[in-house]
Design a protein around this ligand. Structure first.
Ligand code: PLP
Ligand code: ZN
Length: 406
């Protein structure tokens, strides 16, 4: 049984009824967090009970907001590999380096967790029409789960969004509108249609349940390491739901007695072309300000102002972690290194965590004996537009110079 009880504001703590559709706090406009009867969870399930359960994020059903299992809309998301990174680890002097590989998940990005959960909950609450402004992976994930749930799905994207993201929505039947403008213009169009179209806006942290899907990454890290946590988690941050969700669930796990009070240092990575949270961190501010002209190859990190920025900053500061901005040059070079050495075609956002780790090693804020988990949040296969083909084309009628391969 799910022990989900109510929603609570992340800023002012105001309690909200979870049996009806909610968006953000009615009092202060900040994100709402799902709360559980953790005593009841404690009585109902132990860590051992999880062994042998389904290898999806729904193995943690008691800690998730879906009340009736029949409302779950799933493509098998979750329980992704925790891959040891030994060779690159050795090259940079780290003995205990891992990648939590979200490249292997339905729709090829970890947005599947958030939107799979949000669509399931939307179905449970009777929502039949959803809309989202997105420049990328979130749109693909929402379209897929929306299709599976039989919902009407509307996606508003900047017209220069990657072809793969436009097609992945189109192919599963979403109505895709390309906007000759920025993601913020797409957002305005979604808001503008709410009365006439009666759709529900799935924008990041504009509803409480995407976060609950993403928090399962934190439970998996703990379970995959036999209920211990690493010393450092490095996470590529756009809207921040992943890092906020993990930080939230660590407290839930501690209350259950499944982990102790120790926490990883949470490191939030952005790129120099869009680093509002890093800027706020460096300036000692509680919230970020809008980042103009955001531009980066790590398109999942192109979020000029995140609704949950203050929660990301809080998790970095409370955990003794930090916020770091890396350049596109660094992350593309690290993408090549990880791919070539480990056979792991990571996405640019995932590669950015390696660049951040190298900087931390250089400045001494990570020790070579520490256990570090990098998050690869998607598959590099969704980003082939960033790469050129390097192979020469040969004429099969002419003798081939095999020596040229050596
Ligand atoms: C959306 C996205 C991110 C950022 O995730 P948040 O949890 O919103 O910070 C990182 N990587 C990829 C591949 C993404 O699609
Ligand atoms: Zn509030």
């Amino acid at each position: 049984m799910s022990e989900f009880t109510h929603l609570q504001c992340s800023k002012c703590s105001e309690v909200h009824d979870a049996s009806v559709v909610q968006t953000v706090c009615k009092k202060c406009g900040k994100p709402l967090l799902a709360r559980y009867d953790l005593e009841a969870v404690k009585e109902a399930v132990t860590r051992k009970d999880l062994v042998g359960r389904e290898s999806t994020m729904y193995r943690y059903f008691e800690l998730l907001p879906i009340k009736d299992r029949k409302n779950i809309v799933t493509l098998g998301e979750g329980w992704t590999p925790m891959t040891p990174i030994r060779t690159v680890g050795e090259e940079i002097g780290l003995k205990d380096l891992w990648v939590k590989d979200e490249g292997i998940i339905p729709t090829a990005s970890f947005k599947a967790r958030g939107l799979g959960m949000a669509i399931s909950k939307a179905k449970e609450l009777g929502i039949s029409s959803v809309a989202l402004p997105s420049a990328g992976n979130a749109a693909g994930a929402m379209s897929a789960y929306g299709a599976r749930a039989g919902m009407d799905v509307y996606v508003f994207m900047p017209k220069d969004a990657p072809k793969v993201n436009i097609i992945e929505c189109q192919i599963v039947g979403a109505k895709v509108v390309l906007v000759d403008g920025l993601i913020s213009d797409a957002g305005k169009l979604v808001k503008g249609g709410m009365d006439e179209m009666q759709w529900f806006n799935m924008g990041t942290l504009g509803e409480p349940y995407r976060l609950e899907g993403k928090k399962t990454m934190g439970i998996e890290v703990a379970e995959q390491f036999d209920w211990t946590l690493p010393d450092v988690i490095v996470y590529p941050t756009g809207g921040g739901t992943g890092i906020i969700g993990m930080w939230k669930v660590f407290d839930e796990l501690e209350e259950l007695g499944w982990i102790g009070s120790e926490r990883p240092r949470m490191v939030s990575v952005q790129t120099e072309g869009c680093a509002p949270i890093v800027k706020a961190y460096d300036e000692g501010k509680e919230e970020s300000t809008f980042w103009d002209d955001a531009e980066t190859k790590a398109s999942g990190l192109r979020v000029p102002k995140a609704l949950g920025d203050f929660l990301v900053l809080r998790s970095a500061r409370e955990s003794g972690g930090k916020c770091i901005a890396v350049s596109d040059e660094e992350l593309m070079s690290d993408l090549a290194q990880i791919s070539r050495t480990e056979g792991l075609f990571v996405c640019p956002e995932g590669a950015a965590t390696m660049s951040a780790l190298k900087r931390m090693l250089a400045e001494g804020s990570v020790d070579k004996n520490e256990k570090v988990v990098l998050f690869n949040t998607g598959s590099g296969l969704k980003y082939t537009g960033l790469f050129d083909i390097k192979s020469p084309v040969v004429d099969p009628a002419k003798p081939f110079d095999y020596g040229s391969l050596m």
